[in-house]
Design a protein around this ligand. Structure first.
Ligand code: NDP
Ligand code: HSE
Length: 456
């Protein structure tokens, strides 16, 4: 006798479309704020089904009320005073998309104080004041979500905090500033100048309000600080990050690196070592065969090495209106779900319980061990190379590869390019100081760090 299997009946205890929607207050309707408004409106029906109830932007604060009105229309309350949003009793979630440390911090803390959940894309704010903000949120029992703060549209926070939670994270290396990657790509592919490409990045809405944050590695260091905190269970320590940007890179270095089989990328690297945690942002040579070496334009990519999973790679748009909005709206859905379902059981802000953070030290840059690309300009005379290699040998630095360029016609100086094996930064610093004093040296030594990024 055959038994009848009952057809699957989805259990529907409520209708998300008739539940009271979650009310959102948006602070700042610029690049990301505008993208957030558009994506939320365009995908409203699907988002409601995913979140379990509607998510509606009820109020917007922006300095430019006319602009906000043009984007949002007449159904939204618009004000120039952001305080009205964070204190409004009807607002459940405040989305902070103003940027900067001052007004954004004040408004975020005020929103928390008023019992609002907060979503922000502001990595500068979190990397510098995250500890204080998370403590305030914890005390008040509200959420602070920040997926958009790192790597734009890539859900890297969720991957680190949830998807990879079984792993002991060993290291993270990422191209996490879209503007500088865009500049490096366009300079290399189209031969454009630094300033021209930076202007394009600003026009496209990729750059920070102060673009030196992008090109000097500060923005990448903000993002790296956040990822390190989540990966290793340490407090935010942006002030201990080593930061070096792309402004001193030359076309020659980019070309020489290519000749040696490498690409130069601005990388953020954080690594657990026996002595402490490396936290560093700098231009880095990467073997051209690595996937991450081929990440171009505004795209970002993050490699995370976990002990169980091995190396995993996350790739996507790192900046821009809608890619970043994708992360902001994902946070809106997450917060709505948790707010609606079970607000007591939420993932801690930094993945680890706040009273269980570790005090593993951040390593001083001098203690970091990596390989190096060195470019030296010397007089084309016998003995120049021997003097240099002696300095390196005396400091225990061994050479992995070397190229001596032919001098151009009529020139009496040559470039020597060296790749070293692993060496300690303080030894390289000492070697560079000594080499620079050699009589046959004619310019400053260029040093770019090199990472093999092996998955072993
Ligand atoms: P924008 O400058 O484009 O937008 C900020 C908006 O906030 C502007 O409309 C600005 O008005 C408004 N504003 C400034 N001060 C106030 C204030 N006191 N009250 C109300 N409104 C105010 O910045 P983005 O959208 O590019 O960046 C927003 C945040 O997102 C930043 O923290 C940034 O780091 C982060 N982010 C940006 C990404 C991107 O691709 N752009 C990607 C990931 C994160 P006005 O124009 O008049 O100054
Ligand atoms: N200015 C940042 C970048 C925006 O270029 O990556 C995204 O965080």
């Amino acid at each position: 006798m055959s038994r009848r299997i009952p057809a699957y009946q989805p259990i529907r205890s409520f209708n998300p479309f008739i539940m009271k929607p979650i009310n959102v207050g948006l602070l700042g309707i610029g690049t990301v704020g505008g993208g957030t408004f558009t994506v939320l409106k365009r995908n409203q029906e699907e988002i409601t089904r995913r979140a379990g109830r509607g998510i509606v932007i009820r109020m917007i604060a922006d300095r430019d009320v006319e602009k906000a009105r043009r984007i949002a229309g007449d159904d939204v309350i618009i004000t120039a005073d952001a305080n009205e949003v964070v204190t409004n009793l009807d607002i459940d979630i405040v989305v902070e998309l103003i940027g900067g440390y001052t007004i954004a911090k004040e408004l975020t803390l005020k929103a928390i104080e008023n019992g609002k959940h907060v979503i922000t894309a502001n990595k500068a704010l979190l990397a510098s004041h995250g500890t204080e903000i998370f403590a305030a949120a914890q005390k008040k029992g509200v959420m602070v979500a920040f997926e958009a703060a790192v790597a734009g549209g890539i859900p890297i926070i969720k991957a680190l905090r949830e998807g990879l939670t079984a792993n002991r994270i060993e290291w993270i290396a990422g191209i996490i500033n879209g503007t500088s990657n865009f500049i490096l790509s366009e300079m290399r592919d189209k031969g454009l100048t630094f300033d021209t490409v930076l202007k394009q990045a600003q026009k496209l809405g990729y750059a920070e309000a102060d673009p030196t944050f992008d090109v000097e590695g500060i923005d990448a260091a903000h993002k790296l600080t956040i990822m390190a905190a989540i990966a290793f269970g340490i407090p935010m320590q942006f002030n201990k990050a080593y930061t070096e940007g792309i402004t001193r890179l030359t076309r020659e270095d980019i070309r020489y690196a290519e000749e040696l089989g490498y690409r130069i990328k601005l990388l953020g690297i954080t690594r657990r070592t026996a002595k402490g945690i490396e936290l560093r942002v700098h231009p880095t040579l990467i073997p051209a065969r690595r996937l991450i070496a081929n990440v171009e334009g505004v795209m970002n990519a993050v490699v995370v090495k976990g002990d169980a999973v091995g190396a995993t790679l996350y790739y996507g748009a790192g900046a821009g209106a809608e890619p970043t909005a994708s992360s902001v709206v994902a946070d809106l859905v997450d917060v709505t779900r948790m707010h609606t379902a079970d607000p007591k059981h939420r993932v801690p802000h930094l993945a680890f319980q706040p009273d269980l953070l570790s005090d593993t030290p951040i390593l001083a840059m001098e203690e970091v061990e990596t390989s190096y690309y060195l470019r030296l300009r010397v007089m084309d005379k016998p003995g120049a190379l021997a003097d240099i290699t002696r300095v390196l040998a005396d400091l225990g630095i061994s050479i992995d590869a070397m190229v001596q360029k032919e001098p151009s016609e009529g020139e009496d100086q040559v470039d020597i390019i060296m790749l070293t094996h692993l060496a300690i930064e303080k030894n390289i610093n000492a070697a560079i100081a000594k080499i620079q004093k050699l009589p046959l040296m004619t310019g400053k030594v260029t040093r770019i760090r090199l990472e093999e990024l092996n998955s072993k």
